[in-house]
Design a protein around this ligand. Structure first.
Ligand SMILES: [Zn+2]
Length: 299
C-alpha cells in the first residue's frame, strides 16, 4: 500500500519548526497540482499501476530563488519535506505541475506518499486562511500543527475524513465457487473494478458505514464484519478502513444507478488481473488477496 515503503523512509510526522536546507524537499502546489519532474522509463500499462514513470520532487537547492514562506511538513527517514506557500514561484528547470492522482502510478513509492500527504496538508492550509468562526485572517502556529485565529482563539486541526472499503464475499460449499462483489463507475471507461467504498457520516460507527454503503450501492445485507487494515489516502483527505464481510441472505445484487455503478459477483477465477500491479491501494491489495487466497484472506 502507499504507506508501505520500508524503514529506510520511515514516516515521522512530529512537528518541529525546522528551517529548510539546500537538500530538503520543498513542495509547491498550484491548482491542486504538485511541482514535480517525471521521467518515462518504459512500460505502458498505466491502468495496471505500471506506467514506468519515475518522479522527482524539488529540493530547496533546485529553485532559482528560495520561496519566501514555507513550513516544515514531515520526514521520511533522513529526507525532510517542506511546503512553500508562495503564490508565484519560479519552478526549477525541468519541473512542472503534475496531477497528484496521476503521480500515484509512478515510482518511487515514498515520494508518491510524500506528494499525496503534502497535498492533503496543502489543501488544509489553503482552505483555512480565514477563521471559519469569526472571519479573521488565521496564523500558522509556530510550534505545532495547528492553524489558530489570533482574534477569537479558534484552533483548526488537519482534516482527515474516515471512509470504508468493504469486500463483500459469498462463501460456497465448494471454496472454488467463493465469490466477491466488484463495482465500477459505468460511465468511465478507464475505471478499474473496485470494492464497495464510501465516507463515514457524522454520528455513524464504521460498522454502520459498511452496512449502509453496501446496502446503498449493491442492495445486499452483510454479516461477519472483520477489520482488515487501514490506509491513509491523502488524495482525498481520507483515512480508509478495510473490512471483509459476508452476504447475509439473498445474494441478488441491485445496482445503485444514481452512483452510475455496475456491480456483480466474481469468482476467484473471474477476477480481472488489472490490479495485480497496484502497489498503492488497499482496494487493490484486498482484491488480489481474495483472488490468490480465497477465504484464507481473512482467516
Ligand atoms: Zn476567529
Amino acid at each position: 500500500m502507499i504507506q508501505e515503503f520500508g524503514d529506510e523512509h520511515r514516516y515521522d510526522n512530529h512537528f518541529e519548526p525546522h528551517q529548510a536546507g539546500e537538500k530538503d524537499y520543498v513542495l509547491h502546489f498550484r491548482d491542486g497540482k504538485c511541482l514535480a519532474r517525471v521521467t518515462h522509463v518504459g512500460g505502458s500499462d498505466a491502468d495496471a499501476g505500471d506506467s514506468g514513470e519515475v518522479v522527482e520532487l524539488p529540493r530547496l537547492g533546485d529553485y532559482p530563488s528560495a520561496p519566501a514562506k514555507a513550513t516544515y511538513l514531515f520526514s521520511l527517514g533522513e529526507d525532510r519535506f517542506f511546503l512553500a506557500f508562495d503564490e508565484d514561484l519560479a519552478a526549477p528547470a525541468g519541473f512542472g505541475y503534475e496531477s497528484v492522482n496521476w503521480l500515484r502510478r509512478a515510482e518511487p513509492q515514498h515520494l508518491l506518499f510524500a506528494a499525496a500527504t503534502a497535498s492533503q496538508l496543502s489543501r488544509w492550509y489553503q482552505d483555512n486562511r480565514f477563521c471559519g468562526r469569526c472571519g479573521h485572517a488565521t496564523e500558522i502556529a509556530p510550534s505545532s500543527r495547528e492553524i489558530v485565529c489570533p482574534e477569537c482563539a479558534h484552533i483548526v486541526y488537519p482534516k482527515i475524513c474516515p471512509g470504508i472499503i468493504c469486500a463483500v464475499t459469498r462463501l460456497a460449499d465448494d471454496p472454488t465457487d467463493d465469490a466477491i462483489v466488484l463495482t465500477r463507475y459505468a460511465g468511465r471507461t478507464t475505471a478499474l473494478w473496485a470494492l464497495v467504498a464510501g465516507f463515514t457520516e457524522i454520528g455513524e460507527p464504521l460498522e454502520d458505514t459498511v452496512r449502509r454503503e453496501v446496502m446503498e450501492e449493491v442492495g445486499l445485507s452483510v454479516k461477519n464484519l472483520r477489520f482488515y487494515k487501514s490506509q491513509p489516502w491523502g488524495f482525498t483527505d481520507t483515512l480508509l478502513v478495510g473490512f471483509w464481510c459476508e452476504v447475509d441472505g439473498d445474494p441478488a445484487i441491485t445496482v445503485d444507478r444514481f452512483e452510475l455503478k455496475e456491480a456483480r459477483w466474481f469468482t476467484r477465477d473471474e477476477i480481472p488481473l488489472e490490479r495485480t500491479n497496484d502497489r498503492a491501494s488497499l482496494t487493490g491489495e484486498m482484491i488480489e488477496r481474495f483472488r490468490t487466497m480465497g477465504r484464507a484472506a481473512w482467516e
